[in-house]
Design a protein around this ligand. Structure first.
Ligand code: NAD
Ligand code: UDP
Length: 312
């Protein structure tokens, strides 16, 4: 049994990760400020004696937490609507919060995992994206608090590894969806599903020709666990995502097909710096982890719609 810290554990991805870690028999400390996460996501395991929940903001210095074998850092709002609502706090979360966690890893000797992002590539000029691409990021735009924060976090991870020889694992996550996304999350998959179930217009930003590659949550979490188990010399950054690429118009069509509600599209302004295309090359994850996604978009959407049907 390992003692594992999960930050952002009350969020969408964090709560699924904790499910898996508890199944494996580990003892978990979950830290979350509950800004975009919710106790609803974790209430089913709060009575488990192997989990301790601490409401705490990672930008604040940490209470004494004892020894950890592993740390998974997922704390950070992920939806553009949320990370842009308090951009300074978002930036602090990825830089100051990460510094606190890296110090904890250094002191306790814990292996530390960072939930990084495809936003490292910004609005990519190279397509599809390998881990070698350095990205095309606006440093002063409305997405920068998130993109540059996450880039800074990767820098800190590598500098801590070089200076203090700590064991680091960085996953660059591409758009992931599934049950436990918040109804008001604001990202495209949950927006389209909620709007469709409520017989409202589907809000398409821009002309809907921009692309994303959507990964189902269970596939992604499997990738996290495999990456954490790799030998020390494997640090990442490693792309984790589903390489099947769709336009937002194709996504809208699929959502309507699987909800059975044929509503209309409402076109809205494309937000500033919205990436035009995104698709991961996952050859490295296949080679190093023997991992690739198994749940394709139609199946994943049906599972996610079933979840939202009970909530809207
Ligand atoms: P989410 O918003 O559901 O979860 C984030 C969690 O972190 C929430 O529970 C929130 O309350 C908590 N949190 C935020 N700031 C915090 C702070 N300062 N201190 C403590 N807790 C804080 O989002 P998610 O989709 O589960 O994303 C989890 C992680 O994965 C994030 O770091 C995100 O950047 C990364 N990521 C997610 C995706 C995706 O498609 N889901 C893609 C790329 C990267
Ligand atoms: N989008 C959309 N309608 C919505 C929400 C988002 O058309 O209601 C678009 C958005 O402009 C972007 C894509 O869907 O091009 C993915 O957006 P999301 O916020 O899910 O994640 P991103 O990849 O931009 O961080």
């Amino acid at each position: 049994m390992k003692r594992i810290l999960v930050t952002g554990g009350a969020g969408f991805l964090g709560s699924h990760l904790i499910d898996r870690l508890l199944e494996q028999g580990h003892e978990i400390v979950c830290i979350d400020n509950l800004k975009t996460g919710s106790l609803d996501n974790i209430e089913h395991f709060l009575f488990n004696e192997r989990i301790t929940f601490i409401q705490h903001d990672v930008t604040e210095s940490f209470p004494e937490l004892g020894h950890f074998d592993e740390i998974y850092n997922l704390a950070c709002p992920a939806s553009p609507v949320h990370y842009q609502s308090d951009p300074i706090h978002t930036f602090k979360t990825s830089v100051l919060g990460v510094l606190h966690l890296l110090e904890l890893a250094r002191k306790t000797g814990a292996k530390i995992f960072q939930a990084s992002t495809s936003e490292i590539y910004g609005d990519p000029l190279v397509h599809p994206q390998t881990e070698h691409y350095w990205g095309n990021v606006n440093p002063i735009g409305i997405r920068s608090c998130y993109d540059e924060g996450k880039r800074g976090a990767e820098t800190l991870f590598f500098d801590y590894a070089r200076m203090y020889d700590i064991e680091i694992k960085i996953a660059r996550i591409f758009n992931t969806y599934g049950p436990r996304m918040d109804v008001k999350d604001g990202r495209v998959v949950s927006n389209f599903i909620v709007q469709s179930l409520q017989n409202k217009h589907l809000t398409v930003y821009g002309d809907g020709q921009q692309t994303r590659s959507f990964c189902y949550v269970d596939d992604l979490i499997e990738g996290f666990l495999l990456l954490m188990e790799t030998p020390k010399e494997i640090t990442g950054p490693l792309n984790l995502g589903n390489p099947n690429e769709f336009t937002m118009l194709q996504l809208a069509e699929k959502v309507m097909r699987w909800t059975g509600n044929d509503t209309t599209l409402q076109f809205k302004l494309l937000p500033q710096d919205d990436p035009k295309q995104r698709k991961p090359v996952i050859d490295e994850a296949k080679r190093l982890l023997n991992w690739e996604p198994t749940v394709m978009l139609d199946e994943g959407l049906q599972k996610t719609i079933a979840y939202f049907k009970e909530r809207v």
